[in-house]
Design a protein around this ligand. Structure first.
Ligand code: PEP
Ligand code: MG
Length: 576
């Protein structure tokens, strides 16, 4: 039992401060501590076990259907057999009903006992099957815990987990979590981006946290300093309460700057747009006065697992967003793959270099067509406000292929009586170096470009954006990425293709300063970042930002970029 104060170092996923009670989610390969339930909860826990078992069984049969290799199919069949074993069921239920153990602990105990018997048998064949049992045990425990959590009130809790899927994060957000602490992940991992969107303080890469933090212990999350304090003393708690109040006041002050016109001190205009993923965020777009949506991530539509989310559901979602905001809405086609909604049926050694974004869409025409139809429909309803953005483009043929598909769908809908006033503008994401280096070639096919710097950074530095072990290499302000952006800007000039940046660097005041200095005047970011970026941009002249950008192109590290920005700030204040 850990009760003395312990400080963990962390990577700041979302720069907030929070004080709360820990709710630790169980993880794979972790000993499950005994947990008991009340008489009234028995039925719920029996159901949780049964639901978890059928979910796992479905998952196994989905995988079995998708693989061709017979030995894998045999292993999967054997796993399913273990899962359905009546003795296991009997034992789990007996533990829940008799000893009043929670479903997860009853499962854990039952499987551990069976494995122990297999080990003691001395039979080589049985011993070899232990790993299968261990795997099933861990998957079942995780699923059962999720089922149990459905009943658990997380309101006011700080969620502590090894990692979390976007779907679960949104569910916990709706349940009222106060903060999120993850053992895995980097600053632009998907969970961290969603946490920023939903304004949940978030720390990632907190090593060992799920093993050490006790359920129900008090936690302090310090985003600015990148640390987590477990079991803080009274003085520390008081200090952080003051800190939270101070930040609240600061936020208020920033919002006051929102009313100023979006232009640098010498009158050069810029446009700040919002990145959006969930309907819950739409109110924030108006409240920070973003001029539209520069990136609507659509993967959230598929989080519940329905690959074929139909056209009507999609159309309703896009319509609801468009009718709640002013200005344009850039709808990005599904960017499945990488760390988002990876298809469990197809294990890839390098998912970020694999079947992802437009590569997948061009293979899954049904999915693509439903989305294109929904986009064309809303474009007809909201003329000149809808744009389409293609993710993970690598070669020009992908853009041409999507445009061909769009043309077919536009004609199809016209035959159904849905006419567009003007074609839907098609944009290309610049998130792979091949596109940045050859922007002039892509510009022949694209109506606009949008820099996805989260991916562009990982592909430039060969550092996985979600891997905490290489996060030192993955730096949002790495000058090599600004150099690539500069090359792309020069290329785009040849075709006069407009540019926007929608990666996380746009929402970082230093990043935004460099980007505007490089010549970009449209930035899209999580809504909460709009006030602080605007406050910074309106306090410099464009000439100063251009000077900063020129200097940035000559340095080698993110630390030097920060130093350059701070010396610019000092010049402004007349202290240098
Ligand atoms: C990006 O890569 O910068 C981006 C905006 O897309 P996502 O973070 O969704 O991959
Ligand atoms: Mg991306």
């Amino acid at each position: 039992m850990m009760s003395q104060s312990v400080v963990f170092s962390a990577i700041t996923g979302n720069d907030g401060v929070a004080i709360g009670v820990a709710c630790v989610l169980p993880t794979k390969n972790r000993a499950i501590p005994p947990s008991t339930i009340s008489k009234e909860e028995v039925n719920h826990h029996v159901d949780s076990f049964r639901r978890a078992r059928s979910l796992l069984s479905e998952e196994i049969s989905d995988i079995a259907q998708a693989v061709a290799d017979t030995s894998t199919v045999d292993i999967l069949a054997a796993q399913d057999q273990i899962l359905q074993d009546p003795e296991i069921e009997e034992s789990v239920i007996a533990y829940v009903k008799g000893a009043k153990y929670s479903a997860r602990y009853a499962i854990y105990l039952t499987f551990c006992e069976v494995m122990e018997r297999m080990r003691e048998s001395g039979s080589e064949m049985l011993i070899q099957r232990i790993v299968d049992l261990e795997d099933i045990r861990d998957r079942l425990v995780v699923l059962a815990s999720e089922e149990e959590q459905e009943q658990l009130s997380v309101n006011g809790f700080i969620l502590v987990a090894r990692e979390i899927s976007p779907t679960d994060l949104v569910t916990y957000y709706e349940g009222g979590i106060k903060g999120l602490v993850l053992e895995k992940g980097g600053i632009t991992s998907h969970a961290a981006i969603i946490a920023r969107s939903l304004q949940i303080p978030c720390l990632v890469g907190v090593k060992g946290v799920t093993a050490y933090v006790e359920q129900g212990s008090t936690l302090v999350m310090d985003g600015p300093e990148g640390k987590l304090i477990a079991n803080p003393g009274k003085d520390i708690l008081r200090e952080y309460e003051r800190h939270i109040e101070h930040r609240r006041q600061e936020k208020k002050r920033r919002r006051a700057a929102i009313k100023a016109p979006s232009q640098t001190m010498d009158g050069v205009p810029f446009k700040l747009l919002a990145n959006l993923e969930f309907e819950e965020e739409v109110g924030e777009v108006a409240s920070v006065q973003a001029e539209g949506i520069g990136l609507l991530r659509t993967e959230g539509l598929l989080f519940k697992g329905e690959r074929n989310r139909n056209e009507t559901i999609q159309t309703n979602f896009y319509r609801s967003i468009l009718s709640s905001i002013k200005g344009i809405c850039v709808i990005r086609l599904f960017d499945i793959g990488g760390d988002k909604l990876r298809d469990k049926r197809f294990e890839e050694a390098n998912p970020f270099l694999g079947w992802r974004g437009v590569r997948l869409l061009l293979d899954e025409k049904e999915l693509l067509h439903a989305q294109l139809r929904a986009i064309v429909r809303v474009s007809a309803e909201f003329p000149e406000r809808v744009r389409l953005l293609i993710p993970m483009v690598t070669v020009p043929q992908e853009v041409v292929a999507i445009k061909d598909e769009l043309q077919v769908i536009t004609t199809e809908l016209a035959n159904e009586g849905i006419h567009l006033k003007a074609p839907v503008p098609v944009g290309v994401m610049i998130e792979v170096p091949s596109v940045a280096l050859q922007a002039s070639l892509f510009g022949k096919h694209a109506d606009f470009f949008s820099f996805g710097t989260n991916d562009l950074t990982q592909y430039t530095l060969a550092a996985d954006r979600g891997n905490e072990r290489v996060c030192q290499l993955y730096q949002l302000l790495d000058p090599s990425v600004f150099k690539l952006i500069h090359i792309a800007i020069e290329g785009a000039k040849q075709t006069q293709t407009p540019l926007c940046v929608c990666g996380e660097v746009a929402g970082d005041p230093i990043g935004a300063a460099v980007l505007v200095g490089l010549g970009i005047n449209e930035l899209s970011m999580v809504p909460v970042s709009v006030p602080k970026v605007k406050e910074m941009l309106i306090s410099y002249s464009h000439a100063q930002l251009q000077h900063l950008a020129r200097e940035v192109l000559t340095v080698a590290t993110a630390a030097e970029v920060k130093t350059l920005f701070h010396s610019l700030k000092n010049t402004k204040n007349g202290t240098n």
